[in-house]
Ligand binder design. Structure first.
Ligand code: BTX
Length: 325
């Protein structure tokens, strides 16, 4: 798979100039027949080439996918996304990423697909993952942090995702604490942060990212059609999902490194500027209780501070939030 990615990358970089089969064969140290076989297989995956007589191949079309070759071409990272596990259909990228992490996959490994048949949200809720329309991806991190800090990783990822979406689409989502991105009050993105940890040490963070990208309104099922939106619906543009994945990985690499080095504090004000939670009156449903009050901020550790009606301040570590009138 990696060699095919490299061939595509080479043809993209050639920027419309033909490259001969012989030249590719020399560069990659394989036979011309082997190159030709790779080109055939790429064509079956939706890549297309013009063959200029005696002069070689020009890339003329790429598929509308998030396959490893398309992501590789767009990557601008040191290590994130350098290993990509891609299949058209998966049960859940989280499940596969968990297995990969257990088997020692390194930081920045990603698992991504066109369609999930058993995508999930928090507390085993279902996550709808329409084929070919979204980004359904899990990213493996290996941060040297204690397990209790892991929820902050969700907040760090939310900032990275917001910036990537803004860069690529021109639309800036708002962050709804802790793990949703909304546009015009509707959910376009969900984040699921899971851990493999010993009591005092994180072995891996498996971060699931689900983004509704090129959905039309009719692509949403009855159950979520009133609460969900897509980047295409709000921007009016078809989005190159692979380019967006590359941009997300770019920011995830930068922000996760900064977080591990300097903590949440330097990222906090950026998080707050994107948040639609702070300043609002909200209802926080935790596993045991319901609290209603005004969200006044987050602490330097990423805990949501709620001012209750009796004036006391309650720190919320994990909850579902709804806005109260
Ligand atoms: P959550 O528990 O905060 O949100 C789940 C809820 O969101 C569902 O109960 C439903 O109401 C709503 N919902 C379901 N699908 C969608 C959708 N496509 N768009 C908007 N709203 C929806 C949020 O969980 C975390 C989701 C992470 C998903 C990623 S995808 C890649 C990775 N693999 C996997 O199985 N999960 C993660």
């Amino acid at each position: 798979a990696t060699l095919k990615n490299e061939i595509i990358k080479r043809l993209v970089e050639a920027d419309g100039k033909p490259i001969s089969g012989q030249q590719l064969a020399d560069e990659f140290g394989i036979s011309r027949t082997a190159i030709w076989k790779h080109m055939k297989q790429l064509q079956e995956k939706g890549y297309d080439f013009e063959t200029v007589k005696k002069r070689g191949y020009i890339l003329t079309a790429t598929p509308d996918t998030v396959d490893d070759a398309k992501i590789t071409v767009a990557l601008e990272t040191e290590k994130f996304g350098h290993r990509i596990i891609y299949e058209e259909s998966m049960t859940s990228t989280q499940t596969i990423a968990h297995n990969q992490a257990q088997d020692g996959a390194s930081e920045g490994t990603i698992v991504i697909c066109e369609e999930q048949t058993a995508g999930r949200g928090r507390m085993m809720r279902e996550w709808k993952s329409t084929k070919g329309k979204g980004i359904w991806m899990s990213v493996i991190f290996r941060p040297e942090i204690p397990p209790y800090e892991a929820p902050q990783f969700t907040l760090v990822a939310a900032v990275a995702l917001t910036k990537a979406i803004d860069d690529v689409t021109g639309v800036r989502p708002e962050i709804k604490w802790p793990n949703d991105l909304l546009i015009q009050g509707k959910k376009c993105t969900g984040i699921l942060t899971e851990l493999q940890a010993d009591p005092d040490r994180v072995n891996a963070i498996i971060m699931g990212i689900g983004i509704n990208v090129n959905h039309e309104q009719a692509d949403f099922d009855e159950e979520i059609k009133d609460i969900a939106t897509s980047l295409k619906i709000v921007s009016g543009k078809h989005i190159d999902r692979a380019a967006l994945v590359a941009r997300i990985l770019y920011y995830l690499e930068i922000y996760s490194a900064q977080y591990v080095k300097e903590g949440f504090e330097p990222i906090k004000s950026e998080w707050e500027s994107y948040s639609c939670t702070i300043g609002s009156r909200i209802r926080a449903t935790t596993l045991q209780d319901v609290f209603i009050g005004k969200a006044i901020g987050i602490t330097k550790d990423g805990v949501l501070e709620l001012q209750l009606d009796d004036g006391t301040i309650k720190g919320i570590y994990s909850a579902d939030i709804t806005l109260e009138k």
